[in-house]
Design a protein around this ligand. Structure first.
Ligand SMILES: Cc1cc2nc3c(=O)[nH]c(=O)nc-3n(C[C@H](O)[C@H](O)[C@H](O)COP(=O)(O)OP(=O)(O)OC[C@H]3O[C@@H](n4cnc5c(N)ncnc54)[C@H](O)[C@@H]3O)c2cc1C
Ligand SMILES: *[C@@H]1O[C@H](CO)[C@@H](O)[C@H](O)[C@H]1NC(C)=O
Length: 369
């Protein structure tokens, strides 16, 4: 005892960075090692591709819903008090079409599409949209004040906040979770597995890390188009007439971040290449639901494209994994598998991971590296 506990976080997506930040603020000595860092755009790195907004989709009473509830408070604080985080308020408008009720998207959004979802009591200005104001073939709609995160600002912001807390960052690709222990060697205190916790925040990127493949992990592929046009609100429709696993959502990122047009929710698809026909459908639907994007009389040609992109949501069948275990004498805490809610649940998940890490440090572990 007496030795300072050391924590190595593997992964620098929103999960790894948030966990590292909370740990460092609680006085732990933290190192982050990752294959991809903020600034990178890669199919193995989900975080930069996200919208990202706060639209809870988890059923009431689940731990996911609790993570969303906890995270709302922190995102709200950041939006109102920390402009450099790159988050702004934007109304969310949700349209439901009864004909979508059996689609993949309606299933994914089922909580969101309720008349009174659990989060109606925590988000500001939740209200029903009068029938006379519903566009196109929408049968029902709600609206509230939500938040949109610009990941191009927010991820570097989190990293900066970590640096301020003396978190050290290393670029590295691990093939076994126990290699993470080596990343505390620059410190003078002897590194042994007895005072180290490794935090597994590897998303989907390393489904074979350490030879342990989590068979429940699968991508939910999201193709997006980022445009320079501005939308008056974040708009989501319950489905499309084009394909069961295609969706329609629009959100304008803070601080000149452009507008994300979505999208798809294709489970089991690993394709990293934006599909041209899909992109055309995405743009067409966006202009149809939100003509204000391009102005009166203009169609898809009025969109000014910045880039096409694909991200893989790290979906874990049966729920995200926030858990502790001991692997080869090393304490490991997992925080991965957030699917499409990695931002909106980030603080709730990271807080739970921190609790497990601190619990784990109190437990006796026989070192055998
Ligand atoms: C199109 C799209 C839209 C989305 N919209 C939203 C939204 O509006 N709201 C929301 O809350 N969420 C949204 N999401 C989901 C969100 O992006 C993810 O849940 C979240 O980014 C997952 O973060 P992560 O940190 O777990 O994983 P990642 O961001 O994928 O990070 C994984 C990290 O682990 C590292 N890593 C992996 N393997 C290794 C290894 N062997 N060695 C070293 N490092 C390794 C990677 O390099 C990377 O740093 C969206 C996702 C997509 C694709
Ligand atoms: C770490 O997380 C990945 C998911 O990215 C998972 O597949 C793997 O099994 C975990 N590693 C260990 C050693 O449990």
């Amino acid at each position: 005892m007496g030795e300072k506990s050391k924590i190595v976080v593997v992964g620098a997506g929103v999960a790894g960075l948030t966990t590292a930040l909370l740990l460092s603020k609680r006085g732990h000595s933290v190192a982050v090692v990752a294959k991809h860092m903020p600034g990178d755009y890669d199919i193995e790195y989900a975080s930069p591709w996200a919208g990202a907004n706060y639209l809870p989709v988890s059923a009431p009473g689940t731990r996911e819903a609790e993570w969303d509830r906890i995270t709302f408070a922190e995102l709200y604080r950041l939006t109102t008090q920390v402009p450099e985080a790159g988050i702004h308020f934007q109304d969310a408008i949700i349209y439901r079409r009864e004909k979508d009720s059996r689609s993949v998207s309606a299933n994914w959004f089922s909580e969101l599409l309720k008349e009174r979802p659990w989060f109606a009591s925590i988000v500001p200005e939740f209200r029903r949209i009068p029938k006379s104001e519903l566009p196109l073939d929408a049968d029902f709609g709600v609206r509230w004040k939500s938040m949109c995160i610009n990941p191009a600002i927010y991820l570097p912001y989190l990293l900066s906040q970590c640096l301020k807390q003396q978190v050290r960052f290393f670029r590295g690709t691990l093939t076994h979770i126990c290699q993470a222990v080596d990343f505390h060697l620059t410190s003078s205190a002897p590194s042994s597995s007895s005072n180290i916790v490794v935090v597994n925040c590897t998303g989907l990127g390393s489904s074979t890390l350490g030879g342990v493949t989590d068979s429940r992990l699968t991508p939910a592929r999201g193709q997006i188009v980022l445009v320079r046009n501005t939308a008056p609100a974040m708009i989501v429709a319950s489905g499309t007439d084009d394909a069961d696993d295609e969706v329609m959502y629009i959100m304008t990122r803070a601080a000149g971040g452009g507008t994300i047009l979505g999208g798809t929710y294709q489970q089991g698809s690993w394709s990293s290449v934006p599909d041209k026909a899909t992109a055309e459908r995405i743009m067409k639907r966006a202009v149809k639901w939100c003509p204000e994007l391009v102005g009166e009389g203009k169609g898809v040609e009025g969109l000014d494209v910045i880039r096409h992109g694909v991200g893989l949501r790290p979906l874990r069948v049966g729920g995200a994994r926030v858990e502790k275990e001991v692997i080869g004498g090393v304490r490991v805490v997992h925080n991965y598998g957030a699917g499409g809610f990695g931002y909106q649940a980030s603080y709730g998940m990271a807080e739970e991971a921190v609790r497990l890490i601190e619990e784990s440090l109190k437990e006796e572990v026989k070192a055998r590296l």
